[in-house]
Design a binder for this molecule. Structure first.
Ligand code: S3P
Length: 758
């Protein structure tokens, strides 16, 4: 970065240690000041800095270099700051420095800086004083360890006191941004509390542990055989003792309260170890591990549950054929439900084939946040130590559901019945989706649940039964749309309700909740389209094998059907009859699909699905199949584009309120890729471009927006099998919500997808 118009006329750095010298170098390299001066009692540093062109002027005392300075940055130990303020005051009084001169510092505690300023300036702290704390450092210290890029991509916390002028805050912030830092603002008090926990306490513990071990008689052995964990944990005990001594005393009260909290937690863990409470220990460690991973994702800005953080795109080169036998990841709907029922059951539930996608992980994290001990996921294996129907605890923070509608809607049923209050939040897409469809019938059951805004969206606030004073009441509810999420939400709430809860569905919807409740020993009555549960029962833990997700398999079924000379086998896919609309629709279009090795796994039917190339034809999709293929329409639209003649879809208004408006998003992408289609209120008409005897290209190349909807992104990726040119798909990071490893798997059977991170 270089600036033709420097931000400052003369920056004076007080203290040429690592931070001061690095800042001087960064200001120099980025041409942020016409002149740079430094003050340091260590003459050789000043001499070297002048000789190396890092500074233009230097001295042991401020008075010799103060003249003309418009920014002073104090980079000395906290204890020396007050003395610097005395020098600054004198320089102002003698007219060497203007009263408007900006003053900042880089100390690790901020209240001490403000107090030092007050001790010198009384109540008239200069309006130009804006303390700051760069969260950056290195193992080595001193002038020679300086690095011009020390602050690049590091946070700098700017902590203006109430006396600071807006102009000063803005200029100090611009300086730090100009050296590459990300600037955030905090009050000095809050800064000191936060840093006491996140920096001062860990340093204190590291020094203390090394000190403790050094006191052992056999310390040489201990250090000689120290493993990587010891090295990692104690790396920071190699830092400067004088500096940390000053920090510990400077931030005494915040550090002492962080230390007291630490001692309480340590005492609790000690007790768990003494009493050999394995479940609680695993719970504590599991929660900490999940929090650490989440924190790691935050630091690297990769999505975990907050999927809007890192944008990605696919760049796909056309390919022609696919072949092979592949395993598809676990079913998303069943994975969600296995965590929910496993957590509420009595005993230990072991899950195999759990989908480690963002959506199901959001559900898993929510139950961890409510105190359930969950081991894994580890290669699809999850072990849940159920807490029983009345064992959930309130989460300390709002439950974050990411992109997952299933998590939010099903959990709202469970939470409406709990004694404690809850808040459910989600990402941008989820926060746009209708939640009144569950909130309204839950209110009929006596739930206190509040959605947000005129459109009844998340965040949802749920008042606990303890405050409401009575349990939920069973109801009979006739659903206006065939929604498995609404049905499941009400049945789950019904487990705690007085009397019977009956849901009447207008059409068949997926029945995984009913099947899994039965597997956990909870009676469910199904009479035609009436499904009922009676409250007050309990769930007994059981083992669950999650079959491969037919909704994910659908992308590869269509891939094999539309590609030339292709044959793909998808092993052990769930073929629950409430989910197989995609097979039926593709068969009606003329696809060659064979099922083999059929069996039952954990109460769900599974089979190997083999699909071979065929020349598809357009059809009128029967309305009765719409709820049975509700998630597969984006990829069915790709099949329809490759078919001969028109495909007409009606009765699919629900597609407009999925992770995106899937009718609009698909129509836009199809048109970009050269397909004629006509959007209707509740469906679409697609003019297929296929022919009876060829597998020529159908789509042009082009750049398509996925609207951050996983299924839109994967559908257009499959279109590359019949494309004449490169297809670029923006916003593909959400593919991880349902299908981690999609691009790699697709490439293994013949596609050519390159992933680009923004
Ligand atoms: C799901 C139900 C469906 C489906 C969603 C998963 C479930 O939603 O679209 O992906 O697991 O219950 P609706 O109930 O809104 O149709």
């Amino acid at each position: 970065m270089s600036s033709s118009n420097p931000l400052f006329n003369k920056v004076i750095i007080i203290g040429l240690g690592l931070i001061g010298a690095s800042l001087a170098q960064a200001i120099k390299n980025n041409e942020l000041s016409t002149k740079i001066a430094a003050v340091d009692r260590h003459k050789p540093s000043i001499k070297a800095a002048i000789a190396e062109g890092v500074i233009d002027q230097g001295s042991e005392v401020l008075s010799e270099v103060a003249s003309g300075g418009d920014l002073i940055v104090i980079a000395v130990p906290v204890k020396a700051v007050q003395g610097v303020f005395v020098d600054i005051q004198q320089a102002i009084q003698t007219g060497q420095l203007a009263a408007s001169c900006l003053i900042s510092d880089v100390c690790s505690t901020k209240m001490t800086v403000i107090e030092a300023a007050k001790a010198v300036f009384g109540d008239n702290i200069p309006a130009g004083l804006v303390p700051a704390h760069p969260i950056a450092g290195a193992e080595n210290s001193g002038y020679y360890a300086r690095r011009a890029d020390l602050f690049v991509n590091h946070n700098v916390i700017v902590c203006p006191p109430s006396s600071a002028s807006c102009h000063a805050i803005e200029r100090i912030s611009r300086l730090w941004q100009a050296v590459g830092a990300a600037v955030m603002t905090m009050s000095p008090e809050h800064h000191d509390k936060v840093l006491a926990h996140t920096s001062h306490l860990p340093h204190l513990l590291a020094f203390n542990l090394v000190g403790q071990l050094a006191d052992h008689d056999d310390n040489m052995d201990i250090f000689r055989y120290a493993a990587g964990g010891f090295r990692d944990f104690t790396r920071i005990a190699a830092s400067d003792p004088v500096m940390w001594h000053d920090i510990f005393l400077a931030n005494q009260s915040a550090i002492v309260s962080a230390l007291d909290e630490f001692s309480d937690y340590l005492g609790q863990l000690r007790k768990l170890i003494v009493t050999e409470d394995s479940v609680a220990i695993l719970g504590l460690l599991g929660r900490a591990q999940a929090a650490r991973r989440h924190f790691g994702h935050m630091l690297t800005s990769t999505p975990y549950t907050a999927t809007e953080t890192a944008a990605a795109s696919y760049i796909i080169t056309p390919s022609r054929c696919v072949s092979g036998t592949i395993a598809i990841p676990g079913d998303k709907s069943i994975s969600h439900r296995s965590i929910m029922l496993g957590s509420l059951a009595t005993g230990t539930t072991r899950i195999k084939g759990f989908l480690e996608g963002e959506d199901a992980l959001a559900t898993l994290q929510a139950f961890r946040d409510m105190g359930v001990t969950i081991e894994g996921p580890d290669n699809g294996n999850v072990t849940i130590h159920g807490v029983g129907m009345h064992g959930l605890k309130p989460s300390k923070t709002p439950l974050y559901m990411g992109n997952s509608g299933t998590s939010m809607r099903l959990l709202s049923g469970i939470l409406a019945a709990q004694d404690f209050d809850s808040v459910l939040t989600g990402d941008v897409s989820l926060s746009r989706r209708p939640m009144e469809r569950v909130a309204a019938p839950l209110r009929d059951m006596g739930a206190q649940i509040q959605s947000t805004g005129q459109r009844g969206t998340a965040p949802l606030s749920i008042t606990g039964r303890a405050k409401v004073g009575r349990p939920l009441q069973g109801i009979e509810y006739s659903m206006p749309v065939a929604s498995a999420q609404v049905k499941s939400c009400l049945l789950l709430a019904g487990l705690w309700a007085k009397g019977t809860t009956t849901v009447l569905q207008p059409d068949v919807s997926r029945d995984h909740t009913e099947r899994m409740l039965s597997a956990f020993g909870y009676p469910v009555k199904v009479e035609g389209q009436h499904i009922s549960v009676t409250g007050g029962g309990s769930l007994s833990a059981c083992d669950i094998a999650v079959p491969a997700d037919i909704s994910s398999a659908a992308f590869f079924m269509v891939a094999a059907a539309i590609a030339k000379d292709s044959e793909l086998t998808l092993s052990q896919v769930g073929i629950n009859p409430t989910r197989t609309g995609v097979i039926e629709i593709l068969r009606q279009m003329g696809a060659d699909i064979a099922l083999s090795n059929q069996s039952q796994v954990g109460g769900e039917p599974v089979a190997d699905i083999t699909v071979r190339s065929s020349n598809l034809q357009g059809i009128n999709i029967p309305a009765s199949l719409v709820p049975l293929a509700i998630d597969e329409f984006p990829i069915l639209f790709i099949a329809a584009s490759c078919a001969r003649g028109k495909t007409v879809l009606t009765g699919a208004k629900e597609l407009r309120v999925k992770e995106s408006d899937r009718i609009a998003a698909m129509a836009e992408g199809l048109e970009t890729l050269g397909i004629d289609c006509c959007v209707t209120e509740d469906g679409i008409i697609i003019e297929g471009r296929g022919s009876k005897h060829s597998h020529d290209a159908i789509f042009t190349g082009g750049s398509v927006a996925s609207y951050h909807d996983h299924r839109i992104a994967m559908s257009f990726a499959i279109a590359s099998l019949r494309a004449s040119d490169t297809i670029i798909i923006e916003g593909t990071e959400t593919v991880n919500t349902s299908f981690p490893g999609f691009a790699e798997l697709a490439n293994s059977i013949g596609l050519s997808i390159a992933t680009k991170l923004a």
